[in-house]
Design a protein around this ligand. Structure first.
Ligand code: ADP
Ligand code: TYD
Length: 211
């Protein structure tokens, strides 16, 4: 581990798996441990990200291949933009926690497009920066639907149970394909928040350092 650079930790999981809850908790824990840290997410708040949000909520219609390409472009901007891009933060010694990265594309876009193509389309991002560790919070699609229905007023395009079943399967398929190149920790997300947070901290502390 390069002590001058920040680590890069990607959170993955189906919708409602608890990523944003756990990122918030980990961020606090890291700050308490004296680790410089920031949080971010995909799709981003950039113009490309906002286009994606409009597609996800059905306001703009487009082909799945176009959506997949927009995720690629949004991700590259997320990495490379010189104001608050991920690379910029990491080079400044800040550890970055992201809610989703290219494994999300491998899982979600591969429901409609062959995974090989999605992986190929994301090759620039994986060549520029692989996560120090991917944290996959695993919950069943049934639990996801319960949580989403309880807490959200509208459902986005992918928040249908049959879709979540497919996406979870694609995640597992991607992990199997990538087991030699990606570091992936699968965390049981069905337990209470504190138990999940403790497991995540046990994994993550190996990859971070105080400055
Ligand atoms: P995501 O960011 O992965 O979509 P959230 O963190 O927003 O997931 O969690 C989805 C909903 O489930 C939220 O209302 C959150 O409070 C709740 N939640 C998160 N973690 C747990 C947990 N371990 N047990 C029960 N409910 C949870
Ligand atoms: P968001 O509202 O952030 O959902 P969540 O809180 O569950 O992460 O919406 C992100 C949606 O975009 C989510 O359904 C997953 C999808 N997505 C893709 O399909 N491909 C991608 O590469 C990324 C980053 C997200």
């Amino acid at each position: 581990m390069d002590k001058n650079r920040g680590s890069f930790i990607a959170f993955e999981g189906i919708d409602g798996s608890g990523k944003s809850t756990q990122i918030r908790r980990l961020h606090e824990r890291m700050r308490d441990a004296g680790i410089a840290c920031c949080t971010t997410m995909e799709p981003t708040a950039s113009p490309i990200g906002s286009l994606i949000h409009q597609i996800m909520t059905g306001r703009i219609k487009t082909d799945n291949r176009v959506t997949a390409a927009l995720f690629v472009a949004d991700r590259l901007d997320h990495l490379l933009n010189d104001v608050d891009g991920i690379l910029h933060q990491i080079d400044a010694g800040v550890t970055v926690l992201t809610d989703r990265y290219y494994l999300s594309s491998y899982a979600y876009q591969s429901v409609d497009i062959p995974m090989e193509q999605v992986i190929g389309a994301n090759a620039q991002s994986s060549a520029i920066l692989r996560p120090s560790i991917n944290i996959f919070i695993d919950i069943s699609p049934d639990t996801a639907m319960e949580r989403i229905q309880k807490n959200r007023s509208h459902r986005e395009l992918f928040e249908k149970k049959s879709r979540l079943v497919q996406v979870r399967e694609k995640y597992l398929e991607a992990f199997d394909r990538l087991k030699d190149v990606e570091k992936i920790a699968v965390i049981d997300g069905e337990r209470d928040e504190q138990a999940v947070a403790d497991d995540i901290w046990d994994v993550v502390r190996e990859y971070v350092h105080a400055r």
